[in-house]
Write a protein of this length. Structure first.
Length: 252
């Protein structure tokens, strides 16, 4: 396999936590690789360790066993090179700052070369809302602001932990299409956690299915047979619906 095919390599990763109730085994011998520019979703039962896995990749946690290599580096080296950006379910915007000033925040903290906040807002479809306050925006719009902010330093890897879980279905579909457009425009590699099988199929090149805790890899499905660019009508196709059904059966 070429180097780009193994852009992110998760090798035999285990993770256990020492909690007040004893040791919690979350991930059990997880191995997979992600190609540069790939869109990969992770799906599995609540509490199996999906967030843990994404935090390990982004160097917010350390594995108890196994290793993760990112573009030939340790996760720490990749983090220090600002390769990662996170988008969590909770928008985490500062309520007293205008939209544009929320997007500008990372620039103020880390003075490095970065994308223009107004361009980023345009990219996520929020031109005209620069001077609004977060509370004046819907949940979906707030997540667009977060996405714009996450793209400030042109991250190579976007780690998204159920980013649209709090958004209604109609707006979620629109956000998914926007996200795919941004993904193809920027070439960013995305690792995306979701509870929605349909969302995973719609977005991904590859879906990683985890079992309940301690999570093992149940299956890895390549979704490369669904054509791109993907639009709303794809969801009505028999092929899409068959794929969702097949994935659901595998998860049961
Ligand atoms: P998921 O994202 O799949 O819902 P998580 O990765 O958030 O799962 O959590 C996996 C398991 O690890 C859960 O049982 C959770 O309670 C436990 N866990 C997560 N973080 C910690 C921690 N810091 N200390 C102890 N246990 C934790």
């Amino acid at each position: 396999m070429s180097h780009d095919m193994r852009f992110i390599e998760v090798k035999n990763v285990c993770k256990w936590y020492n909690s007040t109730n004893g040791i919690v085994h979350t991930l059990d011998d997880i191995s997979f690789s992600v190609a540069r520019g790939e869109f990969v979703s992770i799906i599995g039962p609540s509490g199996c360790g999906k967030s843990t896995l994404i935090k390990l990749i982004g160097d917010l946690l350390e594995p108890s066993a196994g290793s993760i290599v990112v573009d030939g580096m340790t996760t720490e080296e990749a983090r220090l090179k600002k390769m990662f950006s996170f988008v969590f379910q909770n928008p985490m915007l500062l309520p007293w700052r205008r939209v544009i000033d929320n997007v500008r925040l990372p620039l103020e903290i880390l003075k490095r070369e970065a994308r223009d906040p107004a361009d980023l807002l345009h990219m996520v479809g929020l031109s005209g809302f620069e001077n609004s306050y977060p509370k004046e925006l819907s949940g979906g719009m707030q997540q667009r602001v977060v996405l714009a902010r996450a793209l400030t330093f042109n991250p190579q890897i976007l780690l998204m932990d159920e980013p649209f879980a709090g958004v209604d279905e109609f707006n979620r579909d629109a956000l998914n299409i926007e996200l795919l457009r941004i993904w193809s425009e920027t070439g960013v590699t995305v690792i995306f956690i979701t509870h929605s099988i349909s969302e995973a199929v719609f977005l991904s090149d590859k879906v990683i299915l985890l079992s309940s805790r301690p999570a093992k890899i149940k299956d890895i499905l390549e979704i490369n047979f669904l054509p791109r660019p993907r639009g709303k009508s794809l969801k009505e196709s028999a092929l899409f619906q068959e794929t969702v059904k097949c994935l659901r059966e595998k998860l049961e």
